[in-house]
Design a protein around this ligand. Structure first.
Ligand code: ASP
Length: 329
């Protein structure tokens, strides 16, 4: 859009770009083998409804002038509260038959970050990760200590029944019988997913990323994946991008995947699209890292690449573009 203005008798031509004011949010509900034939219309509609509810919760805040931090928190809380996704309420069972959840959040303006690993009973681990960022002098808390901190912060806890899901329990029983540790998205049969995340750019130009997960079914020994590790599963920097990952955590950890997207943009001047493709389609593939990520850049552009069969995902921008998707478009 262009507008003319008069100043001291002279005409100045200056231009506005909606682009620089664009605010956007993108979310994911996990990546992996989403067999088309196992996803009937009803299930697909349920997943899409879950994704849309989370997108709308975050976008409504951005639209009202809210912060990227509040938007990603609201979107992730919505996904954590939805039993379909492996985070919060829908978290998978670990080897001991209980949920151990991981979550993290990061701000792109000052690179403040907070994360929790292996927490049990906390209704919304993303609230706890945010409390670590805002109310403690630490970045990453784990297990019983993190739960004690949650109680101190007055955060909500739920009994085991709240987290119980018959499908997840069956998944756990199968994994236990086969003595196999499995990614939620590599389960046999009706393959359900997975870790959730959100990234946003608000109208002030601030970027933020958040990720939350129950991790892997039948995981042992206090296993922790990429989700709560800043730089691996989550990263945000206002100059480049905000990133939230999903996939085989061990490989995303080794690739330091989220931070690598930032590095390619910062030091190699890659576009968001180029940086994301390099990480997901080349570097992760080279080491066998199945999964994907969502990312938003400093202009509000969104990228959502994945190298698996599908990724539950969606985005909405102030330029009117939006959509939720499961398989490749
Ligand atoms: N990245 C998660 C983990 O390894 C799992 C997932 O994304 O589904 O814990």
């Amino acid at each position: 859009m262009e507008r003319q203005s008069k100043g001291r008798g002279r005409k100045f031509l200056y231009s506005f770009s909606f682009h620089t004011l664009m605010f956007s949010i993108a979310i994911h509900g996990g990546a992996g083998t989403i067999a088309r034939h196992l996803l009937d219309k009803e299930k697909q509609a349920a997943y899409e409804a879950g994704l849309n509810a989370a997108l709308n919760a975050g976008f409504a805040l951005l639209e009202a002038g809210g912060t990227a931090l509040d938007a990603v928190t609201a979107a992730v809380v919505s996904l954590e509260d939805c039993q379909l996704f492996n985070a919060g309420k829908g978290s998978v069972f670990n080897h001991e038959g209980r949920q151990e959840m991981d979550a993290s959040v990061m701000r792109g303006d000052n690179r403040a970050a907070g994360a929790v690993a292996g927490v049990h009973g906390v209704k919304n681990p993303i609230h706890l990760a945010r409390a670590v960022m805002e109310q403690s002098e630490h970045v990453l808390l784990s297990g019983a200590g993190a739960e004690a901190f949650a109680r101190l912060q007055g955060l909500a806890f739920e009994p085991d029944e709240y987290f119980f899901d018959a499908f997840r329990y069956r998944q756990y029983q199968e994994a236990l019988a086969a003595d196999r540790i499995q990614l939620d998205h590599s389960a046999s049969g009706d393959r359900k997913f997975s870790t959730v995340g959100a990234v946003a750019r608000d109208s002030q130009g601030n970027l933020c990323a958040a990720t939350s997960t129950g991790g892997m079914t039948n995981k042992k020994y206090g296993r922790i994946g990429d989700t709560p590790v800043i730089g691996a599963g989550t990263y945000a920097h206002n100059a480049t991008c905000a990133v939230s990952c999903t996939g085989h955590g061990e490989l995303f950890l080794r690739q330091v995947a989220a931070h690598q997207v930032h590095c390619l943009m910062a030091y190699k001047a890659c576009s968001l699209e180029e940086a994301c493709r390099q990480v997901v389609m080349t570097d992760l593939v080279a080491i066998g890292g199945e999964g994907g990520l969502i990312a938003v850049d400093a202009q509000g552009n969104v990228a959502m690449p994945f190298n698996s069969e599908g990724m539950y995902r969606g985005y909405r921008s102030s330029n009117g573009k939006h959509g939720v998707f499961i398989h490749a478009e």
